[in-house]
Design a protein around this ligand. Sequence first.
Ligand code: CA
Length: 241
Amino acid sequence: MRILIAEDDGVLADGLLRALRGTGAAVDHVATGSEADAALMTNKEFDLLILDLGLPKMHGLEVLRKLRARGSTVPVLILTAADSIEERVKGLDFGADDYMAKPFSLQELEARVRALLRRRMGGACDNIRHGPLVYDQSGRVATIDGQMVDLSARELGLLEVLLQRAGRMVSKDQLVEHLCEWGDEVSNNAIEVYVHRLRKKIEKGPIRIATVRGLGYCLKLLPGEPATTTAPTATRPSTAT
Ligand code: CA
């Protein structure tokens, strides 16, 4: 997951960076509205924007307005001063998905970030199923036929991106953008190495990471298996009588 933080308070930004990197996300930080706007224009692969409204050079609301005007659906969590109800309402009206009033607990922020990313992954529940593979988004644990799969942080990140787009092609450039922060030197060749490692761990039964030659990868199931769903593993509708 790739997250952009737009926050001009250095101490708060550092705390956010540390907390979110701790969850395994790739996180970038900008301190002005104009930088946020430029970053969002250049990189379309952010999975979440955490946006302070009181930003120098361009107000957070203007960043948000421009982002939505470009048709972007990236989830936005706005940070506002505690006393500005009007700004919060405006923010939500402008297309923000959630807000937090300062000061807030990092724990609560992490929970809200998880909820937004979960929705982004296509479901309100924690588990994403792909054939025999079940991925628990909160715990960041993958199992195949109930057996836990031991994955590194990078491999988990890769699996998340592929699962989010299961059945569709993901280019190497997209993978780099989702997995790497600015300054991370990760080449397309390195992506090939990560994919190779992930394949060795998850290609069991019908699960395959297919190579779309020269373009990218696609997570799929060999025929005869149910498609990816986000239905909880335990519940199953009773058969009609
Ligand atoms: Ca501010």
